[in-house]
Design a protein around this ligand. Structure first.
Ligand SMILES: Cc1ncc(COP(=O)(O)O)c(C=O)c1O
Length: 419
């Protein structure tokens, strides 16, 4: 990670953060392009040419970041027509795009079919019938994979687990078998794959091995008399160790793509299927910090609150998933650490970045950095309480580049007639 202290001032590849805060104001997302490039390369290099690594846009869909990832040879995994339109705008070729998602609308499917994207994932019997109908009217034959809910525990936070039977994602194996059995009824689609995504922030190879063995077993069985399944898509979910994302530290993987490939490829290869992966978080999470200024410090009944100008609307993971991210002062000091609650300005008690956190003593006006916010950071931001979304800046070749302007009041109010 290109974030470290130089003479006690937090810097990103040699550019000092306080100068960027002065130039672009706070809250500010600051990205290191090099980190994204290295991690996209690492994922691509770990797998074979026949396999397809498709970056999950939902983790971060800034156009400059998408172009960077595309330039490294990855495809795209999208979950809406909006993401699909942006992926195409970023230059991903349609055949390298997969469309996943549990509740795609007719118009979204029609758009994907019209664009002739590489793969559509269907999550229910009704969706398969709908895709077949839409494709019939369009006279194109999209490739479709069926998403199974395998009831495999990803051993992650309950809100980001997706492969258990109480999760809404995918279909039962029985439904998949029924669909494969009557595939000749679906003349307008090429039913060619199985898809499983068990969850996000997976930190151990065991759930992946279990999933790969399940998928390979099923594909082998379904292909016994003729080849039906040509694609096995194992979703995304590779996790990162957020607690280690501190300035100057660059080892924060639980599991590398090389280790993942080593565990998985030998299971999938005998099936003869091509393997698809859809990583999001692993590629972009460590690439960014959220720079925020301390507005106020106060104590209530012995609890000290450090109130920042960034809130849950800018970075939602701590409020949504109780995620913990290191928070550091931008000017490093050896002042004693004290236990504080670091909270935002939003009118919600859940608007908290850290409780009982040991932070070196800071004053009002000080700058802090929330580390490891490149994934599910800006992409989950909102306008709740009508705070404009922050700006995004990326350091590219030692220079800062504004990759998204701070939102304006006019942009927030746009679309509401004034009468
Ligand atoms: C179907 C699917 N693929 C890929 C991903 C990306 O997951 P991650 O960012 O954890 O790699 C997700 C995340 O929710 C998903 O639902």
């Amino acid at each position: 990670m290109g974030f470290n202290y130089i003479d006690d001032i937090l810097s990103c590849n040699g550019i000092t953060v306080p100068d960027l805060a002065d130039e672009f104001d706070t809250p500010l997302y600051l990205y290191d392009a090099e980190s994204i490039e290295q991690r996209a390369n690492a994922f691509r290099d770990a797998f074979n040419d026949v396999d397809s690594i498709q970056y999950a846009l939902k983790a971060n869909s800034n156009l400059s970041i998408l172009k960077l990832i595309r330039s490294k040879g990855l495809g795209a995994d999208v979950v809406s027509a909006g993401e699909l339109a942006l992926a195409i705008k970023a230059g991903f070729s349609p055949e390298e795009i997969t469309f996943t998602g549990v509740g795609k609308r007719n118009d979204e499917l029609a758009f994907a079919i019209e664009k002739q994207i590489g793969l559509i994932i269907a999550e229910s019997k009704s969706e398969v019938a709908l895709i077949n109908d839409i494709a019939g009217a369009d006279s194109r034959k999209p490739t479709v994979a069926l998403r199974i809910n395998p009831n495999i525990d990803a051993k992650t936070h309950k809100n980001i687990s997706t492969g258990l039977h109480h999760n809404k994602f995918g279909m039962e194996e029985n439904d998949l078998r029924e669909l494969i059995g009557k595939r000749s009824e679906f003349k307008n689609i090429d039913l060619a794959g199985i898809h499983i995504h068990i969850g996000s922030q997976v930190s151990d190879s065991a759930p992946y091995i279990e999933t790969a063995e399940y998928a390979a077993g099923l594909a082998t069985e379904l292909n016994r008399s003729e080849t039906i399944i040509r694609i096995i898509n194992l979703g995304g979910g590779l996790g990162v160790n957020y607690d280690k994302m501190l300035p100057g530290v660059d080892e924060y993987n639980h599991l590398t793509p090389e280790q993942l490939a080593k565990n998985i490829l030998s299971i999938i290869e005998p099936t003869g299927c091509s393997l698809y992966f859809e990583p999001g978080r692993w590629i972009v999470a460590p690439s960014a910090i959220l720079i925020t200024r301390v507005s106020y410090i106060k104590t209530i009944g012995g609890n000290k609150f450090v109130i920042t100008d960034a809130g849950m609307t800018d970075f939602m993971r701590p409020s949504l998933y109780q995620a913990t991210h290191p928070i550091v002062p931008i000017i490093n000091s050896d002042s004693p650490k004290e236990q504080v609650n670091i909270v935002g300005p939003i009118c919600e008690s859940t608007d908290s970045f850290a409780e009982d956190y040991l932070l070196p003593q800071v004053s009002e006006g000080a700058l802090l950095a929330i580390m490891g916010v490149g994934a599910y950071g800006y992409s989950m931001s909102s306008n709740y309480n009508l705070h404009p979304r922050p700006a995004e800046v990326m350091i590219v070749n030692g220079k800062s580049r504004l990759i998204r302007k701070r939102e304006t009041f006019d942009q927030m109010f746009e679309g509401m007639p004034d009468n």
